[in-house]
Design a protein around this ligand. Structure first.
Ligand code: ADP
Ligand code: MG
Length: 225
């Protein structure tokens, strides 16, 4: 089985007025294709920082990050954005849908940006993805016109737009009530059954327990993996 994520001796420091603060300390981690991984740990332990290294949203101070066979250290910002769009579906706690685009347009955006599907197929593909997350009837609304749970389902459809091998979420159910969180979690389970690799930061112990692998971050180290 090939590894989708390979992190070796990753260190991340942030420069602050008080000097450099080391946030990730010699982190090594591999995640195989098809794994469904929870990332847990106290607030401030470095979970988001770790996720941002994987998505290339931020860069390591030292160490190697390989995702889907690509060494992220070597890419410039432009290459990174396009590469990310094709290879990682990123889901955020606060959805990050573009407010002036309809839900349908938000889901089409990654396909437009990365040119992954023919122009004439994009709309139908987006509608199909919205149907899969139960939002077909909301497609032409603006994000502000639907509920938080619906916005997160739209963000999931958007994350799937380019059919990336890896789905990464930073507290994707953190802003949802427990019933909605449960529905969204079920969608992640469904993606996992369909062969996606998923890595989700969660505060929710009950949800983490249901994920086959739990990675615990503490003081910038992985304490079990
Ligand atoms: P978690 O997601 O586990 O709550 P984070 O990865 O967001 O933790 O943050 C880990 C630590 O790194 C925190 O102490 C936070 O204040 C610090 N940190 C995060 N981003 C920055 C930054 N850009 N500059 C300085 N410190 C940061
Ligand atoms: Mg965080």
């Amino acid at each position: 089985m090939s590894d989708v994520i390979e992190i070796e001796h990753l260190n991340k420091e942030f420069k602050t007025d008080a000097g450099a603060v080391r946030i990730l300390r010699d982190v090594s981690l591999t995640v195989a294709r098809g794994e469904f991984v929870a990332v847990v740990g106290p607030s401030g332990s470095g979970k988001s920082t770790l996720i941002n290294m994987l998505t290339g949203i931020d860069r390591p101070t030292s160490g190697r990050v390989m995702v889907a066979g690509t060494n992220l250290n070597r890419m410039n910002e432009n290459q990174m954005a396009r590469w990310r769009g094709r290879n990682i579906g990123v889901i955020f706690q606060f959805f990050q849908l573009l407010p002036t685009l309809t839900i349908l347009e938000n889901v089409m955006l990654p396909m437009d940006f990365c040119n992954t599907y023919p122009v004439g197929e994009r709309k139908n593909r987006a509608l199909h993805l919205l149907d899969q997350v139960g939002l077909a009837d909301q497609a032409h609304k603006l994000p502000s016109a639907v509920s938080g749970g619906q916005q997160q389902r739209a963000a999931i459809a958007r994350a799937l737009a380019n059919d990336p091998p890896l789905i990464v979420g930073d507290e994707p159910t953190g802003n949802l009530d427990s019933k909605t969180a449960e529905q969204v979690f079920d969608m992640f389970g469904e993606m996992s059954r369909r062969g996606k690799t998923l890595m989700l930061v969660t505060h929710d112990r009950e949800l983490a327990k249901r994920m086959p692998r739990v990675v615990r971050v503490q003081d910038g180290c992985i304490v079990n993996a």
